[in-house]
Design a protein around this ligand. Sequence first.
Ligand SMILES: [Zn+2]
Length: 302
Amino acid sequence: MRLRFLAVLALLAAPSLWGAAAEAPQRKLKVYISVDMEGTVGTVTGDQLGPSGFEYARYREFMTREALAAIQAAKAAGATEILVSDSHGNGENLLLELFPPDVRVIRSWPRRLSMMAGIDESFDAVLFIGYHASASNLKGVRAHTFSSARLTRVAVNGVEMSEGSWNAAIAGHFGVPVVMVSGDDAAVEEVRRLVGPIEAAVVKQNLGFHSASTLTPEAAYSLIAEKVRAALARRSEFKPFRIQSPVLVEVSFKHYLMAEVAAYMPGIERTGSHSIRFTARDMLEAADIMTFLLTYGPQLEP
Ligand SMILES: [Zn+2]
C-alpha cells in the first residue's frame, strides 16, 4: 500500500522533473574581481585617485563602470556568483548603487587578505581590474607595491612581486587561477611575466609615473568586456599561480625607522638599513604579516 502510494507520488512529480531537466543546466562559475584604481582609464595623478583630487568624483565612476563592464561580461560568460573587492585607497571608491543586486562588494580596511579578501577555494576565476605596476618597475603610471608612501620593494622567494603577482599567489593558494588583468601596459606586462599569458586589457600606455596616453572610458569598458569574455571562455587553460612554501618575503621600506622597529619582532630579520625579511608558512601568513607591517601603529584608534 505504502509502495503504491509512493509510486503515485513519483508519477505526479515526474512532469516537473522533466520540466526542470529541459531548462539549460547552470554550472557554477564563481568569479572574484579585485578592483584597484591607478590602472583605470585616464588616471595619472592624485587629482583622480583620492577624495581631495578635483577629478576624483568623476574617475571613481569610471572605475565603477570598468568593474561593471567586467561583471556584465562575466555574467554573459556564465558567471553564477560574483564577489567584488574595492581595493584602492580608502577602499570606499566603488559607487555601490550602480551595482546589480546579485553581487556583493567588499569595502574598507583593514581586512584579512587585503585586496583579495573573501577569496577561497570555492571560486573558479579571478579578474584584476585597474591594476598598476610595482615599486620595482622602471615604468608604469603610479607604480608602487601596496604603499607608495612606505615600500620600495617586495620580493617572494627571491622574485620581485607586484600587487598583481602577490594577489595571484593568494588566489593560487586556494587553487584559483587569475584569468584576466586590466591596467596600463607596464602593469599588464609585469603580471603576465610571472603569472602567464592571461587575457589582458591595456587601457592606457604609460609615458611616465604621472603621464599616459589613454583610451576613452567607453573604449576601455568595451575592451575590458571583450577580454573578460575571452578569459572566461578559455579559463580551463589557466593554471593557479602557486608559490612554493615556506615563503621567503623580502621588504624594503622608504623610511629607515620602519625597518629598524619591524626587526624588534622575532622572526623578522633586518637585512639592510631600509630592508627586512621573514619566512612565512604560506601566502596567507605572508599576507597577514604584510598587512600587520603596513597597518599597525599608535594611530589605530577608532
Ligand atoms: Zn590603488
